[in-house]
Design a protein around this ligand. Sequence first.
Ligand code: IPM
Ligand code: MG
Length: 369
Amino acid sequence: MAKSFNILLLPGDGIGPEVMAEVRRVARWLAAQGIARFEMEEAPVGGASIDADGVPVSDATLELAKAADAVLLGAVGGPKWAEVDYAIRPEAGLLRLRKELELFANLRPAQCFPALVGASSLKPDLVAGLDILFVRELVGGVYFGEPRGIETLEDGTRRGVNTQVYTTAEIRRVAALAFELARQRSGRVCSAEKSNVMESGLLWREEVTALHAEGYRDVELSHMLADNCAMQLVRAPKQFDVILTDNLFGDLLSDEAAMLTGSLGMLPSASLGAEVDGHRAALYEPIHGSAPDIAGRGIANPIAAILSFAMALRYSFGLDGAADMIESAVAQVLDGGLRTADIMADGMAKVSTDVMGEAIVGALAKRAA
Ligand code: IPM
Ligand code: MG
């Protein structure tokens, strides 16, 4: 009998629920094929959770997330919640999930589908065949460092503080994963920091170098200052295989790299915790946001969410074959000329969210037949 996996769906806000509906469609198809069974539970997160429970993620949802084999998240945030207290803004729900599940490694592939080479803002020959994997530290650094806050000084002016801080253990656990993932790819890791300005960056460089010498000499390691990395990403992006970096630089650089591929609507991500007793906490989400401007119109691109589900199949469920099938089905549908509005180009057929989802399932079915 097919193995059964327990998935927590957190559709969230804006286009989140719309793209998540297409993930359900793909999951239903896999289940119907007998490839796996999925027990799906749903809970609110972000603005939807603020509306329902007064907080961007409830304790009950956190418990469900901890118990799940994998969490799939849509998107959080939107103008409706612009005025809520900073501590309970929609994004705080996502940050709390990452922190409490200790999802220390954020994997963000930036791959350019052949059919979309022309959609990139860079020249086609710079991005054709692009395949970068960002490994971004996700639960440390300036996002979570203490002290933090805004204080009023004696003269009545104010002071805002955040702290960039990393420890040996925090650096090494994410670096180890980057080296291991590089072994399954082209075997190269480029570590990006600002060791020329920040002690935390210097420590980062030293610890990554030491870990490499201790156990990963077969992987090629290079270091780059993060500002140079930003420049190299638009100058010659194909020089990179795995880019290892901290929370804040990873946020910036992965958005930059995402745009090289043509659309934010295409890119998935995985956030992984440590493996404990054979169980690894994991949350999968598209890189794009909630896109409130197009929410509710049925035109959002569901591909990033569907590819995030494929990452769950690969990294949480050990169903690499099914993940490969989904990735090829997406490529095939794009080759066939279907486009959602965000990646529309001359001569292509513009389709809605659900037609794109149906087409991907159609391509899966054809491959399976
Ligand atoms: C991301 C997002 C988040 C981040 C926001 C929504 C808190 O930009 O996942 O990259 O800054 O990490
Ligand atoms: Mg970001």
